[in-house]
Design a protein around this ligand. Structure first.
Ligand code: HEM
Length: 251
């Protein structure tokens, strides 16, 4: 019975996640960008923009420049979570890829790195008066949710244990639309329930900053307004421009 409830929950959560994120990304991609609004100093070539985005996504460059404490906690959390999630691939692949196998020992430790990052980010929202004032309930909620997911996962890995083989065959079964046995440990059920909740609210949460940053014109535009006239896509079908103004759109 519980296995069926969780199966339905995960099917619904996956559908909402994929459709929700897809719709949001479509909206980001089709929102008109009438002006050049790069954050300067900004790269003046497409290659430069790609390099800057790379440094931003991998090293959080602009955060490093603005606040070293948030940067440290953000790096601990995001990098920790990435490796934890890559380690989780063993539940969804058979045979397990060799590099996922290699990640297993370090992945276990990354649970603590992720937790340390989350606790630091949350402490900042609670103890720094200026930040507490501008924090919404949802800012706290997302941190608490991630903390609870990471906390319950770490409990399973280091304290209560669960039948990971059974968890794996249950999830591999769901890919074939077969509902198998799910271990009924309360910590596992909590972990999975919170993960499903995260998947459901992801498209309407601030976590959309992850895909969203690839559509932020202030970061993705080329700073070439002096060389090329910028015309937004939606403006293409407007009446023709007066003689002498170049029509080429760039960046
Ligand atoms: C359907 C998706 C997921 C399943 C089936 C799942 C299952 C599990 C299981 C069975 C464990 C215990 C591992 C062990 O005893 O060796 C675990 C640990 C953990 N999980 Fe998840 N989990 C899922 C999603 C997530 C997500 C989305 C996050 C983070 C946002 C997360 C964070 C953690 C952490 C931090 C640990 C402890 C470290 C580790 O063992 O890797 N899990 N998870």
């Amino acid at each position: 019975m519980i296995a069926t409830v969780y199966a339905v929950l995960f099917y619904v959560a996956t559908l909402l996640l994929v459709v929700g994120v897809g719709m949001k990304v479509w909206k980001y991609a089709t929102t008109p960008v009438p002006l050049k609004i790069v954050v300067s100093p900004a790269p003046r070539t497409r290659r430069g923009v790609v390099l800057r985005m790379f440094r931003e996504v991998i090293f959080f460059e602009s955060l490093f420049r603005s606040n070293k404490w948030i940067w440290i906690f953000a790096v601990l959390f995001h990098w920790g979570m990435l490796i934890v999630l890559l380690r989780h691939l063993r539940y969804f692949t058979q045979p397990v890829w060799w590099w996922v196998d290699l990640l297993q020992p370090i992945g276990r430790l990354m649970a603590f790195v992720m937790l340390a990052g989350l606790l630091g980010l949350w402490a900042r929202r609670i103890f720094q008066q200026r930040i507490r004032y501008i924090s919404n309930p949802s800012d706290h909620l997302m941190l608490v949710l991630l903390l609870a997911i990471a906390g319950s996962g770490t409990l399973m890995t280091y304290v209560t244990r669960t039948d990971v083989i059974a968890v794996k065959s249950y999830f591999l079964g769901l890919f074939r639309f077969q509902i198998g046995e799910l271990p009924l440990d309360p910590i596992l059920l909590t972990h999975l329930g919170l993960v499903a909740l995260l998947m459901i609210i992801f498209p309407i949460s601030k976590l959309m900053h992850a895909p969203g940053m690839f559509f932020a014109p202030s970061r993705t535009q080329v700073d070439n307004a002096r060389e090329k006239r910028h015309i937004s896509k939606w403006a293409r079908n407007l009446p023709p421009l007066p003689e002498g103004i170049p029509k080429k759109e760039e960046g």
